[in-house]
Design a protein around this ligand. Structure first.
Ligand code: CA
Length: 230
């Protein structure tokens, strides 16, 4: 089963906080609440989220400052900004905060849910390549777990398909073992996790590389992780 998407709600108004958390949990998300900008900053430095719902007007550190800071630091978590009525579209766009979307208060919960799902769909990198795609000189069918090269069919496991999908969606970027493990096994990294990742990559290479000693599709970046170049 897919793990629940984890959402951080950064909101200082108590009635909105609890309504949002209840609503999100009811719809199958895991929700955490931060009551001001400072707490949000601490929580985000300690754990990762699939989405941040960020109120613009917050005590201590404003949503605007937080968003700008996070983006400057390279945080890629999608951010859906909650803005007060009266801040016009143009103004929000003009703020250029690096948020993925925004929704104006008061909003209906149905509208919020639709926005959340849209942002999650748009930003989940593993979904970016779809089920059928090219990977190196292979044609990958992730739904039927088949890789094809020059008419030959190579069966792949579900994990292997997920690894390929993630690498294909993130070309020319070094993917650390931690990142890959988190994406494919949905777990935090351990020593065993490191070995599991390496073993799967080795197995995958033996299937898809012409020479697994000299991999051309999934490259190793020493001390950093793996990279798919295209
Ligand atoms: Ca507020």
């Amino acid at each position: 089963m897919e793990p629940k998407a984890k959402i951080l709600v950064v909101e200082d108004e108590q009635n909105i906080q609890s309504a949002l958390a209840d609503f999100l949990e009811y719809h199958g998300f895991e929700a955490l609440i931060a009551i001001d900008g400072l707490e949000a900053e601490r929580i985000v430095s300690e754990q990762s989220f699939d989405l941040i719902l960020l109120d613009l007007m917050l005590p201590k550190i404003s949503g605007e400052q937080l968003c700008t800071k996070w983006r400057r630091e390279g945080l890629q978590t999608p951010i859906l900004m909650l803005t007060a009525k009266g801040l016009e579209k143009e103004r929000i766009a003009g703020l250029n905060l690096g948020a993925d979307d925004y929704i104006t208060k008061p909003f209906s919960l149905e509208e919020l849910l639709a926005r959340i799902n849209a942002v999650l769909r748009r930003t989940d990198p593993a979904r970016g390549v779809g089920q059928k795609f090219l990977f190196g000189d292979l044609e990958i069918d992730a739904a039927s777990l088949i890789a094809r090269r020059a008419g030959h069919e190579i069966p792949i496991s579900k994990r292997e398909a997920e690894i390929i999908q993630y690498l294909a969606a993130n070309p020319n970027r070094v993917i650390s073992r931690d990142e890959l493990y988190k994406q494919v096994w949905h777990d935090t990294m351990t020593d065993l996790g490191t070995r599991t990742t390496d073993m799967h990559i080795a197995k995958l290479r033996s299937k898809i590389e012409l020479d697994s000693e000299q991999p051309q599709i999934i490259k190793t970046v020493r001390g950093a992780g793996y990279k798919y170049e295209c």
